[in-house]
Design a protein around this ligand. Structure first.
Ligand code: SF4
Length: 316
């Protein structure tokens, strides 16, 4: 068997027939979990400098886009791009401010897609309607930071939203035909293996289009760093992570796009575990584990769940 999971690269190749690169952007938005609306501490692991290349850059979106397009075009010959509004919460502003930021992509014919990363409690019908206008000409995804479907685990990491908030946002987004990606963190404080499998079962039953896996990791200058120094948190080792991801993949439909199998972080900010920055090694280990098991994404689902096709994908 060639591909044991449905990678984002394969999805994009199928759709565009060539390599596409995501341009990670900081549009200068904030987050209600940082600006004292919900909390001023943020999620316990939050340090956007460690997550995103352009976070806190203060440079105009145009400069970020042009710099990245030039780099990926010259170094790798990439000609088409997805604008990825990644840093902070990219629907947390007025409609006018959001529209001004998203409209920048229209200046660049190389941009064929728009991905907006946000919190599930930061969308409403007007914002979703605004984003849906781009589906006519662009591949559009909204990626929601859910992290887990278990509310008590969300409380442990100070997310300040619930699974129910996600369900509401997800339904609204799908009503407008926008692709929904879900960010999940594996290895949260007090999270057990069963709870992760419950997340897989729950998400497998929803009309979502993709999942992005993150390893719970410690960045500098975060509340989590202090907890880690005080030995109050356990982190997954590589072997545990590989097994959990494979267990998860076996329980979700084959048409869910795997937006990312493992997160990495800026070396400058990563405290632990260091293995997450050996990304290719982790991906290879996941592939090998699935081969050893002779299983694949969707292996443990009934036939009807394996083959149900998503309808939310649009291309330029
Ligand atoms: S929602 Fe995102 S930006 Fe906001 S505090 Fe959490 S990790 Fe940071």
């Amino acid at each position: 068997m060639k591909d044991r999971f449905y990678s984002f690269n394969n999805y994009l190749k199928k759709m565009f027939g060539e390599r596409i690169h995501r341009l990670s952007l900081d549009a200068g938005f904030s987050c209600p979990n940082l600006d004292a609306t919900l909390s001023s501490q943020g999620c316990i692991y939050c340090n956007n400098r460690g997550f995103s290349r352009f976070a806190y850059t203060n440079s105009a979106l145009e400069s970020q886009i042009e710099e990245s397009i030039e780099f990926y075009n010259q170094r790798y010959g990439v000609k088409k791009f997805i604008a990825y509004f990644q840093a902070f919460t990219n629907t947390y502003a007025s409609l006018e401010e959001l529209s001004k930021a998203y409209e920048v992509i229209k200046k660049y014919p190389e941009i064929v897609g728009l991905t907006i990363s946000t919190r599930p409690d930061c969308v409403d019908e007007e914002k979703i309607k605004l984003i849906s206008q781009y589906t006519k000409d662009y591949l559009v995804w909204i990626e929601y930071g859910l992290q887990t479907t278990h509310n008590h685990l969300l409380e442990n990491i100070n997310r300040n939203h619930t699974y129910e908030d996600f369900l509401k946002a997800f339904r609204l987004t799908r009503n407008y035909g926008i692709n929904v990606g879900v960010h999940l963190i594996l290895g949260l404080p007090s999270q057990n293996h069963n709870q992760i499998l419950e997340d897989a079962k729950e998400l497998a039953s929803l009309d979502i289009q993709g999942i992005k896996f993150h390893v719970f990791h410690v960045l500098k200058d975060t509340p989590l760093e202090k907890m880690y120094e005080q030995k109050r948190v356990n982190l997954l080792d590589k072997e545990e992570y590989v097994k959990i991801v494979c267990d998860f993949l076996e329980r979700i439909p084959r048409f869910f796009v795997i937006l990312r199998l493992v997160s990495d972080a800026s070396d400058k900010y990563l405290v632990a575990p260091s293995w997450i920055n050996r990304k290719q090694e982790v991906i290879e280990a996941i592939k090998k584990e699935l081969e050893k098991r002779e299983t694949f994404q969707g292996y443990r689902l009934t036939d009807s769940m394996k083959t149900h096709e998503s309808t939310g994908c649009k291309s330029k």
